[in-house]
Design a protein. Structure first.
Lengths: 343, 311
């Protein structure tokens, strides 16, 4: 069986999971009264006054299984309801906020992974030395820090005290320039749009706003990578082929970088799925602290103001993102480790 | 009498390996400075939680309600009356953090214990019997694993209603699948071992095989996970409280105490550290509490993992 068969099998496996996600989301809706649930079926603000009709039309007083199918039909046609707090449909509200979150994660994930791998390898190669102890202590401290607390402290030190790295996505000057007609928003990712428009100062401004939230996300996530990379590297280093490589006279760096690290990377790949979930959890907090108008802050605010369609829509959407991330991770895993696709 | 003595002797001889193992474990814990540090931190918080009524005697009926000193909005710095100062709305920070220790233990231990109990039952049944039960249970865990945990917990809390008990419930519902998976995996690992086959061959009941022969051989990974989980759960609960989805206003809860400081970070125009006590102090409590459990769990992992430890 080749990679293609594996991809097909793995793709088919998504269907039951997706169905499960809709079932669980629907089960949560059942905690609310029909009046509260009606907003899940609204498509525009004009309908808000006719909630009785909606309850009637979407069978909200009927048995749960009928409700499930009417709701599922709505979801498949791309309607997750109307968010009273965002004053738009949930889908639009989320899609509008994706770029802010994507930009944050786009910087945080590579830093977490690369730095985590680097530190994990260093730690394993210098096992039980000062480097190892420092790396492990730092990662365990980062892992124990409440992300919101770290965010508040970083803001106090860097922004309030030193005037560096402000919250939100852009400074006021950059913000108004972006809104003016002179700037084309190709991707809605400010750092990239700045480059594409040839306005480097926009990219620079956006980067400064990303520094602190990225530090928070990296700090709380990196321990996972460091730990797994360290132990998997230790295991790889104890293998026979490493002794063989050393015995045939290869340099230490060559043994570590080519022979041990490459094999030790495989467990880290599986971990990337968990990292995606950690990032999604993390943006809820960091975006709230740093006042970034992304999907995380949207979800947190929706939950707080009991905006049911928005809360559930956000949970559903993060479920979809996470499933996609896991799917991609599995493909990558199968690609790097032939035992998976052939097994 | 002789027969009884004989049985006692046989029992003693029977548990000798277990005692030896336990002693070995304790020497390893004693020799590992990080696990000792973790244990001391936890012991420190246990003491605080136990003597909370002595440290700050409750004034009202509900000891978890933080007393307020008038209703002035601006936080007040530490003073004789308020050793850690007061938060927004004059909630006493010293009182809130001391009684918050009890809240943290309650959250961490309850959620871990409940998730572990559910995971143990379902994981044992699933792993031992396999087949359709296993398939159904695993698809069930898949669904929960398809969501990022904190976000699912957030949605569940809105459904159950905001409040600390509902946060506990939501965290259990999100947490049990990890234990189920771990326990099931461990059981699959030892199920085919000779001693399990032997136990079955001599006619042990399913329950006896599970509890006496399989479970003791899977307990260490579960203990490690539970220890690491207490820290993670306290962090999640603190995050939910910080977002305003947890404890009611004025309840002794560390996460919520930090949320009171949010409005004051940018307030000290000349001096950003003017209101430092409103977030630094409760944050230190959360951080060190979680650190204690993580240090212990991390050390336990090194100590108890049989593939690593006797090197």
């Amino acid at each position: 069986m080749g990679l293609r068969a594996y991809i097909i099998r793995r793709t088919l496996l998504i269907i039951p999971t997706l169905l499960g996600v809709t079932l669980l989301t629907f089960a949560v809706t059942q905690f609310f009264s029909p009046d509260q649930r009606a907003a899940l079926f609204v498509r525009s603000d004009k309908q808000l006054e006719k909630m009785d009709l909606i309850i009637e039309a979407y069978h909200l007083n009927d048995p749960a299984y009928i409700q499930y199918f009417t709701w599922l039909k709505e979801v498949f046609t791309g309607n997750l309801g109307y968010s009273a707090t965002a004053k738009s449909t949930v889908v639009n509200a989320i899609l509008m906020r994706v770029p802010a979150t994507a930009e944050l994660v786009m910087f945080s994930i590579p830093i977490t992974v690369l730095l985590g791998i680097y530190l994990g390898v260093k730690s394993a190669v210098h096992r039980d030395t000062v480097i190892d102890h420092i790396t492990r202590s730092m990662s365990i401290i980062g892992w124990s820090l409440p992300s919101f607390w770290l965010g508040i402290i970083l803001l106090s030190v860097f922004y309030v005290q030193l005037g560096l790295f402000p919250p939100e996505r852009l400074g006021t000057r950059a913000e108004s320039f972006i809104m003016s007609g002179q700037f084309i928003r190709y991707t809605n990712l400010n750092t990239i749009d700045g480059l594409l428009n040839g306005q480097l100062w926009i990219t620079w401004d956006a980067l400064q706003h990303i520094v602190l939230p990225s530090i928070v996300l990296v700090t709380i996530q990196i321990a996972l990578i460091v730990r797994v990379m360290r132990s998997s590297m230790l295991e790889a280093l104890s293998k026979g082929y490493i002794t063989a490589a050393r015995a045939k006279g290869l340099s230490k760096n060559e043994v570590i970088n080519k022979h041990a690290r490459r094999n030790a990377l495989i467990p880290v790949i599986t971990l990337s799925g968990l990292l995606a979930a950690g990032m999604l959890n993390g943006v809820v907090i960091t975006e709230t602290i740093f006042n970034i108008n992304g999907i995380g802050r949207f979800g947190a605010r929706a939950a707080l103001s009991l905006d049911i369609p928005a809360t559930l829509g956000f949970a559903f959407f993060s479920g979809l993102l996470f499933i996609t991330a896991n799917f991609l991770v599995d493909l990558l895993y199968a690609y790097t480790d032939p035992r998976i696709r052939l097994g | 009498m002789a027969a009884k003595g004989g049985r006692l002797a046989a029992f003693r001889a029977g548990i000798q390996p277990n005692i030896k193992e336990l002693k070995f474990m304790f020497t390893r814990v004693r020799k590992n400075p990080l696990s000792l540090l973790g244990l001391s931190i936890i012991a420190f918080y246990v003491v605080i939680a136990l003597i909370a009524p002595v440290l700050c005697p409750p004034s009202g009926i509900d000891p978890y309600k933080i007393p307020r000193d008038r209703y002035y909005p601006t936080p007040q710095p530490p003073s004789d009356r308020h050793p850690f100062g007061t938060a927004e709305g004059q909630f006493d920070i010293y009182y809130g953090t001391v009684w918050g220790t009890r809240t943290a233990f309650r959250i961490g231990i309850w959620v871990t214990f409940a998730s572990l109990a559910i995971g143990l039952v379902i994981g044992l049944i699933s792993g031992y019997y396999g087949g359709v039960i296993d398939e159904v249970m695993m698809r069930f865990t898949d669904i929960i694993f398809a969501f990022p945990g904190l976000i699912l917990a957030m949605a569940l809390v809105t459904a159950f209603g905001v409040g600390l008990d509902n946060v506990l419930l939501a965290l259990v519902l999100v947490g049990w699948p990890s234990y189920t998976r771990l326990i099931r995996g461990e059981i699959l690992r030892v199920k085919e071992e000779d001693y399990v086959e032997a136990a079955k061959a001599v006619g042990c009941s399913d329950l006896r095989v599970m509890v006496r022969h399989i479970l003791p051989n899977t307990i260490y990974p579960i203990l490690i996970m539970a220890s690491l989980d207490i820290g993670a759960i306290v962090l999640s609960a603190a995050a939910l409280s910080f977002l305003g989805l947890g404890a009611p206003v004025g309840y002794a809860d560390w996460g919520q105490m930090i949320s009171y400081s949010q409005n004051w970070i940018f307030a000290g125009t000349n001096n950003p550290w003017q209101y430092w006590y409103t977030f630094i102090i409760p944050g230190l409590f959360i951080f060190t509490f979680v650190l204690g459990w993580n240090l212990l769990g991390d050390a336990l992992r090194d100590i108890l993992d049989p593939t690593l430890r006797r090197r």
